[in-house]
Design a binder for this molecule. Structure first.
Ligand SMILES: NC(=O)c1ccc[n+]([C@@H]2O[C@H](COP(=O)([O-])OP(=O)(O)OC[C@H]3O[C@@H](n4cnc5c(N)ncnc54)[C@H](O)[C@@H]3O)[C@@H](O)[C@H]2O)c1
Length: 350
């Protein structure tokens, strides 16, 4: 691997732009910006004479100078493109969800192993200082054994999905809703902070955004291997001041036997615990922990580049991230059947 990694960004929309910024901040060369929509690729290349724009992914994959690619295409295109890329000898950082079926995810993992290249997924929550902090506190037993976990992800999309997101309604099997796009990150985060999940029971609300073929509001109730219960709420139809102003509201609360942890936003964490070594003058008080602003795409890309240079397996390898996809797909099966899905076989793998 050369000192300066040469990369191609495949898919130059919302996520592609963030990957490009992150690579440049890490000192990597973005040699190709690939998008069927030339304007989007040009937006990434603007002011960077070394970045070439192309509409056909094969041009970038045939370039021997390219070491690695970031796949930021619509989700249903990830698996075919990732397999083409690894067969061309390129390391791959693939956005989440890595695929829409477990078969596709497995084919990606096998193709990368066969080609001897790295396949990492963009499960950026794993690199978030907030969730790492929460995970450490839970591991250290600061709130005791977790009992109840509540996670909300809420946005507001007025009326219908925007035109440039029509791909969200092009998944072959309609598992294209909020439980897939947001839930994949939230299952991952809960596994990281609380532990493995053994049962998923999900329901969806009647469809309000008719351009989305699948759920626009859904809930999953969960059971964890450590006995905790969880509730995951995903919605892109939430009308509140923050969401109608375009913000995503993302909150996580964990109640344990000794106290609780609550994150009202990505920069703050509230800890209340009755554990003896945390008492102040013999009393339990709330501790507000400020989490410095961070770019999880940058932290993820830094880790990817480090793994390419050291040969280390990424923390979010394709092999490990298959599991969160498995849980999301279990949630969709449960929505169809109306009964909980036993996913304890996944917990046993840990
Ligand atoms: N990790 C995260 O937090 C996060 C956040 C947002 C999106 N994502 C994921 O990133 C992926 C992309 O999402 P997005 O929001 O950036 O979507 P987007 O629609 O903004 O971007 C997708 C781009 O792919 C391009 N494209 C479509 N078909 C193509 C083809 N055949 N060849 C080349 N380009 C093509 C489109 O023109 C578009 O510019 C999705 O899988 C999504 O789930 C992850």
């Amino acid at each position: 691997m050369p000192e300066k990694t040469n990369v191609a960004i495949i898919g130059c929309g919302w996520a592609g732009l963030r990957h490009a910024v992150a690579y440049r901040s890490c000192g990597a060369n973005v040699l190709w910006a690939v998008d069927v929509d030339k304007r989007r690729a040009s937006a990434i290349a603007r002011s960077y004479p070394d970045t070439h724009v192309v509409q056909d992914v094969r041009v970038a994959l045939e370039d021997p100078a390219i070491d690695a690619v970031s796949i930021c295409l619509p989700t249903h295109m990830h698996s075919d493109t990732a397999i083409m890329a690894v067969q061309a000898g390129k390391h791959v950082l693939c956005e989440e969800p890595m695929a829409t079926t477990l078969e596709d995810a497995d084919a990606m993992v096998a193709a990368a192993a066969g080609a001897g290249v790295t396949l990492m997924t963009g499960a950026n929550v794993r690199y978030s200082p907030l969730y790492r902090n929460m995970s450490d506190l839970v591991q250290e037993g600061v709130i005791g054994q977790p009992v109840l976990v509540r996670l909300n992800r809420e946005t507001y999309i007025p009326g219908a999905s925007p035109d440039d997101k029509r791909w969200e309604s092009e998944f072959p099997d309609s598992k294209d809703g909020v439980m897939m796009s947001g839930g994949i990150h939230d299952f991952e985060m809960m596994r990281m902070v609380v532990g493995e999940i053994t049962s998923v029971h999900a329901v969806k609300a009647p469809q309000r955004l008719h351009d989305m073929r699948s759920d626009d509001t859904s809930i999953a109730t969960l059971r964890f291997a450590n006995g905790a219960l969880g509730m995951l709420v995903e919605s892109c139809t939430s009308r509140r001041l923050e969401t109608v102003s375009g913000k995503e509201v993302h909150t996580l609360r964990i109640d344990g036997e000794l106290g609780s942890l609550y994150s009202p936003d990505p920069r703050s964490l509230q800890l209340y615990t009755t554990r003896e070594d945390y008492l102040v003058d013999g009393r339990a008080t709330r501790k507000d922990i400020h989490i410095p602003e961070s770019d999880t795409f940058l932290l993820e890309v830094l880790h990817f580049l480090k793994c390419l240079h050291t040969g280390q397996e990424p923390n979010t390898s394709g092999r490990s991230q298959r599991r969160s996809l498995e849980l999301v797909l279990a949630a969709y099966r449960s929505m169809d059947t109306g009964v909980p899905e036993d996913v304890s076989y996944a917990a046993a793998l840990d």
